[in-house]
Ligand binder design. Structure first.
Ligand SMILES: Nc1nc2c(c(=O)[nH]1)N[C@H]1C(S)=C(S)[C@@H](COP(=O)(O)O)O[C@H]1N2
Ligand SMILES: [Mo]
Length: 389
């Protein structure tokens, strides 16, 4: 039950659903680990869903988006139909990952604020739509704009949220205009029209950035000289210092800390799902996912069954990283596997290294909002004890 004043009674039901619901209202759900890595392209049935307010039910035929702000002559209006018909349709394969993925690992260290996600708040999808930069070009906005590096593109959604009157976020204009940035106004996911869960009829997708920047149910785009004023840009999705442990302390910090753009290097052991070798086989096939932000590919994934004393190099499946032309533009994830011969009843961990040499850390570094947790896999100590019995 939600204590908010927003009305969730019209939210569609998710009864025949493969996902684990983390919160009913607003609706938040993630797949089981074994489902998550079944497919390289995550089908919708196993794709996490993250909402901050009641689902909006938009009639596509009535829906327009607005473009305004610095460099624009007045307010331009585009119907979804116009965006589909007048602009080239392109596709991008990318990971959508919530900055709160694996918050549970930090929450075990100390209380965090947010939906307690496990390690399934991500998925790898093919999004199709028009390029944001093509739409901006219609308004005459190009890299020649004055003060390019200081400008931001702010997005607003249509739905009211718990924390703000709409969902909003922004990205640097440089990212939006980057020929190789691949930011889209998407109307399809995995070659089907977006569903209400994922932003119907139109959403932003920002490859390489945390999911929070990929605004669903898009209503307006504004070019401005500061970040979005939205709660979700200014008072959320920031890595606060470890000393900040409550709302009051956080209030003194929000304006001093930059908002998160690109996510960090990440990997997780998904099979065995509990991260423990229960000892039923001699050879153990370990499987999981790995990814990094900003278009950085995964260079290596190491697997250990002795808390990092020795490591086995995993085999990577990462087709997007094949070929030099994609260097710096690997937006999709990597699935990996390794066969090891561990002792019984031990924890299995992985650590990924990305193309910039970033590597995962052994221990979780706690922060109040529980974002960007990329420690080695932790396990439930009780299940280790149980399995020893
Ligand atoms: N309009 C709107 N857009 C939104 C959100 C939201 O609550 N409302 N959540 C954001 C967050 S925090 C994430 S992680 C992604 C999740 O996208 P998905 O639900 O399609 O997986 O959407 C982003 N865009
Ligand atoms: Mo998120």
């Amino acid at each position: 039950m939600s204590s908010s004043k927003l009305d969730y009674s019209k939210d569609h039901k998710h009864d025949l659903y493969s996902l684990v619901v983390r919160k009913e209202a607003p609706f938040n759900a993630e797949p089981k680990l074994t489902d998550l890595i079944k497919n390289f392209i995550t089908p919708e049935e196993y794709f996490f869903c993250r909402n901050h307010g009641p689902f909006p039910y938009i009639n596509e035929g009535d829906h327009s988006i607005y473009l305004q702000g610095i460099g624009c002559k007045g307010v331009m209006q585009f119907t979804v139909k116009e965006l589909k018909e007048n602009y080239e349709k392109v596709s991008v394969m990318m990971v959508m990952q919530c900055a709160g993925n694996r918050r549970d690992g930090l929450h075990k260290v100390k209380h965090t604020k947010g939906v307690i996600w496990g390690p399934g708040a991500l998925g790898n999808a093919v999004y199709s739509g028009c390029r944001l930069r093509d739409v901006l070009a219609t308004a005459g906005i190009s890299t020649k704009i004055e003060n390019l590096a200081k400008l931001h593109v702010s997005f607003e959604s249509i739905e009211q949220c718990e924390e703000d009157k709409y969902y909003g976020s922004s990205i640097p204009l440089v990212k939006a205009l980057d020929e190789f940035g691949d930011v889209l106004l998407a109307y399809e996911m995995n070659h089907k029209p977006l569903t209400v869960d994922h932003g119907f009829p139109i959403r932003v997708v920002v490859p390489g950035y945390i999911g929070a920047r990929s605004v669903k149910y898009l209503k307006s785009i504004t070019i401005q000289d500061d970040e979005s004023n939205s709660f979700f840009q200014r008072r959320d999705y920031k890595i606060l210092p470890e000393s900040v442990a409550d709302e009051k302390q956080a209030n003194a910090y929000w304006s001093k800390i930059p908002s998160i753009g690109e996510y960090n290097v990440q990997s997780y052991v998904c099979n065995p799902p509990d991260g423990i070798h229960q000892g039923s086989t001699f050879n153990l096939k370990v499987e999981g996912y790995a990814l990094s932000g900003g278009g950085r590919s995964i260079q290596r994934v190491d697997v250990s069954a002795d808390d990092g004393k020795t490591w086995t190099v995993a085999e990577l499946y990462q087709p997007a990283a094949d070929g030099v032309n994609n260097f710096g533009r690997v937006w999709s994830w990597c699935l990996w596997s390794a066969t090891i011969i561990p002792k019984k009843h031990v924890r299995i961990v992985s650590r990924a290294v990305d193309s910039a040499g970033n590597i995962q850390q052994e221990y979780p570094v706690w922060n109040y909002r529980g974002v960007m947790n990329n420690s080695w896999r932790t396990i439930d100590p009780d299940s280790l004890n149980k399995s020893n019995m």
